[in-house]
Write a protein that binds this ligand. Structure first.
Ligand SMILES: [Zn+2]
Length: 402
């Protein structure tokens, strides 16, 4: 019977597919051959979560969806220059107002000041204010409608905040090494993986280094240089997992994150099936672009990784930095495209243009000035203030006179 490659007690659970490359990293390929339900849960709540959390800020800025298509995580409570905001997916700042609802008795009645992060929030605060002011239920809608007509929308720019990104904690290493074992299992099978030559690797994945005193980490090195052999077609920043053996059956596993930094593990010192290899490459910008390659089709030769392990490398993060700035440059250009489209759509909305309307000279002028207004504020990073609700334009009263 095939046993779970980690605990070796229970059979893998066919109802619990395991992502070979983490879902949070854009992984789509799953397997039901490797882990039992318990190990799957333990990994998911521990090491896999560590790895996913460590890339969350990067995913947020680069707008990397998960393999299953879920939006990237938001980053709550970023603070810069005394302003607190959340970062919505795509690195979009959303203000957290410091005092959203303020009510005081004034000379000429009650003053209500509300600052909301968006329209839904405003409506919610207005409902709260209506209650606090003791307005009868029947008057709430009219109160809200009136307040919204007088509200203004301020579109500004968030101050820049620094994000530290930390990769490769021990938890993350355990997750990456597990990915290597799961991938290797696809090629050589559970019986091979149950051999004692994998005990150290298995124990490291399950417990890290702090369980037994004499256990040591099978991490061979952190690789901060470029990996020149990677193929085109998966973007400039693919995630890449490779596992292979040499002629003596020594097994190495390599996990490269966003083509920026790699971790090399020794999975077994000898005796495994010889000269085999399997790899998985995946484009985080486009998770549908991924490929599983085995043996002769595998992208990189064992000797490349052996050389990485043998080289006396001082960690030099220049090339890692270069790879990450390439990633951010691409993410930035995509975000610029999105912003451009949003400003354009917003300008069209503001002119009240409907499907089927005729674009006469006047309409075109209105649209151009609405676009120019938004772009000049955007490019000069100047906040703009405008009514929340544009006065309704009744198209039947306009433009028909001529
Ligand atoms: Zn298990």
């Amino acid at each position: 019977m095939n046993l779970c490659i980690l605990c070796q007690v229970t059979a893998p659970d066919p109802r619990k597919p395991e992502h070979i490359l983490l879902n949070a990293l854009g992984g789509r390929l799953t397997t039901t051959k490797a882990l039992c339900a318990t190990c799957n849960n333990i990994m998911g709540a521990g090491p896999d979560k560590d790895l996913a959390d460590s890339v969350a800020p990067l995913r947020n800025i680069a707008n990397f969806r998960s393999g299953s298509g879920k939006a990237p995580p938001s980053i709550p409570r970023v603070e810069a220059d005394g302003i607190v905001y959340d970062l919505a997916p795509g690195g979009k700042p959303v203000l957290r107002p410091s005092s959203p609802l303020f009510i005081e008795d004034g000379h000429e009645g009650v003053n209500v000041k509300i600052s909301a992060r968006d329209e839904a929030h405003l409506e919610q605060l207005l409902r709260g204010a209506a209650g606090k002011l003791g307005l009868p239920e029947s008057a709430h809608d009219a109160f809200i409608k009136d307040a919204k007509q007088r509200a203004t929308r301020v579109t500004g720019f968030a101050p820049r905040a620094e994000h530290g990104i930390q990769f490769g904690s021990e938890g993350s290493q355990r997750s990456m090494m597990k990915a290597c074992l799961v991938l290797w299992n696809e090629l050589v099978g559970n019986e091979e993986l149950s051999h004692p030559r994998y005990t150290t690797s298995r124990e490291f994945v399950r417990s890290g280094t702090d369980i037994e005193e004499d256990s040591h980490t099978p991490l061979t090195c952190i690789h901060t240089r470029k990996l020149l052999e990677l193929p085109n077609g998966y973007g400039a920043n693919p995630n890449y997992i490779w596992v292979g053996s040499d002629a003596t059956g020594k097994v190495l596993g390599y996990f490269r994150l966003y083509n920026a930094v790699g971790w090399l593990f020794e999975l077994a010192s000898d005796g495994a099936p010889v000269s085999r290899s399997i790899s998985l490459i995946s484009n985080p910008f486009q998770p549908s672009e991924h490929r599983l390659l085995t043996d002769d089709n595998s992208l990189v030769d064992f000797r490349v990784f052996e050389a990485i392990g043998a080289a006396d490398t001082k960690s030099n993060f220049d090339e890692t930095r270069q790879a990450l700035s390439e990633l951010l440059r691409q993410a930035h250009s995509m975000s610029w495209d999105r912003t451009t489209k949003e400003l354009f759509d917003e300008a069209i909305d503001a002119t009240g243009l409907q499907d089927g309307d005729i674009l006469d000279e006047q309409r075109l002028k209105d649209i151009s000035s609405a676009i120019a207004y938004r772009f000049s504020h955007f490019l000069t990073r100047t906040p703009r203030t405008e009514p929340l609700e544009w006065p309704a334009k009744n198209s039947s009263n306009e433009g028909n006179a001529e």
